[in-house]
Design a protein around this ligand. Structure first.
Ligand SMILES: [Zn+2]
Length: 400
């Protein structure tokens, strides 16, 4: 999924070509990409783009409607995993198969593509700032923030660092790739709990976030040339992300990985976990739901929940939380000798895992499948106390 550096560079290029220009028409290659019915896309015809901005990982084009601020229209594009932009001469055809939409300006045509069988990229057309705000997952913008505000947000919920950094409701624009890079830069374990961070560690993390995101935005800006065409989460200059088995650029030892579902996260044991290997199996037991099945799914479910005011106990309401409430059940099978349990063992519950046994099982997919324990209804049911807080928050956001 394109993260803050990629999205910001897209925004710079799209803004340079569209701000002050009129949108003549929108052509859809797939009707499913449009997730709103009112106002219709034709409402945008002839309107001028006033600015292009980022909302979480989404890109927002704002359109002036006769200078009436309350009626301003917003075209909101979420690229999800495989969505990409191309800039073509005006009237260029929508490419078959991957083409989702074309936005025809007098200056050229912005084409939205998605090279995946899973069509997840989305388009929303919204009228008024309140509706736009309802789509905001609420994550803090870290760049330019004060360390005190960052610390308060980081400590507002107790999660692993990996989960906290990639939660769009806590922080904006950071996903799997840049969280790997940030944690390596800060020499911090992805499974360290946010409640155990010292003030100094939080300062270091805050600095690393700035360094990594700013360096990467600069690098991508330089690489983009005419228009960013090669947007990918895996880049040769990355230190650990996508570098499993390759030498860590800092210490030379091989980079390790933690796999979950069809995703993986990379880290250097020497630089980040005091030499400890975070074995997939012990990790899946440790994480108990503090590890998103896939970040994209989590984000999609949670955003959906917020915009619809998720009912308490729904997937969205539960997904919004994952707050531990009970001690984990002891494992029926001892860990293999190679798997060294990380130093910080949080108390976690099955209720944290996931809304269903089916999805819970995917969190343990790895070379060595976790032992199957008998599940009871109570095991997967969310406990009332922790979800209450999150669903209240969910409703509050949805109402705003
Ligand atoms: Zn290293």
């Amino acid at each position: 999924m394109p993260e803050l550096p990629d999205v910001d560079v897209y925004i710079e290029h799209i803004a340079a070509r569209t701000v002050g220009h009129a949108l003549e028409r929108i052509r859809l290659g797939s009707p499913f990409v449009l997730r709103t019915a009112e106002p219709p896309l034709t409402a945008l015809s002839g309107l001028t783009v006033t600015r292009v901005s980022r909302l979480g990982k989404r890109i927002v084009l704002a359109f002036d409607v006769d200078g009436r601020a309350d009626d301003e229209l917003y075209l909101v594009i979420h690229l999800m995993v495989a969505g990409r932009f191309k800039w073509k001469p005006a009237g260029a055809p929508i490419p078959g198969k991957v083409g989702l939409a074309a936005f025809d300006f007098d200056s050229g045509t912005l084409i939205l593509t998605e090279a995946s069988t899973k069509k997840r990229a989305s388009l929303h057309l919204l009228r008024g700032a309140a509706r736009l705000a309802a789509l905001d997952p609420g994550g803090m913008e870290i760049l330019g923030s004060k360390v005190g505000a960052f610390a308060a947000r980081l400590r507002s919920e107790n999660h692993t660092l990996k989960r906290a950094l990639t939660d769009p409701h806590l922080f904006s624009g950071i996903g799997n790739a840049y969280s790997d890079e940030i944690l390596h830069h800060a020499c911090m374990s992805p499974v360290k709990l946010t409640s155990r961070l010292t003030d100094d560690e939080i300062r270091r993390l805050h600095t690393s976030i700035h360094v990594v995101l700013e360096e990467w935005t600069d690098r991508l800006r330089k690489e983009a040339g005419e228009f960013p065409e090669k947007v990918t989460a895996f880049r040769p200059e990355m230190t650990v992300h996508g570098k499993y088995g390759k030498p860590c650029p800092r210490c030379g030892k091989p980079v390790q990985r933690i796999r979950y579902a069809d995703n993986e996260s990379n880290y250097c044991p020497t630089c980040q976990t005091e030499g400890k290997l975070l074995a997939d199996r012990s990790l899946s037991r440790l994480m108990r739901g503090d590890w998103p099945k896939t970040l994209e799914e989590l984000e999609a479910k949670k955003t959906e929940g917020r915009t619809k005011a998720a009912p308490a106990g729904s997937f969205a309401a539960r997904a919004a939380s994952f707050i531990p409430s009970r001690a984990p059940a002891p494992s029926p099978v001892p860990s293999p000798p190679s798997s060294v349990a990380p130093a910080t063992k949080p108390k976690r519950t099955r209720a944290d895992v996931a809304p269903s046994a089916a999805s819970a099982s995917t969190t343990t997919s790895s070379t060595a499948p976790a032992p199957k324990s008998k599940r009871t209804r109570a095991d997967v049911a969310p406990s009332a106390a922790p979800t209450k807080r999150s669903s209240t928050r969910t409703r509050k956001r949805a109402e705003s």
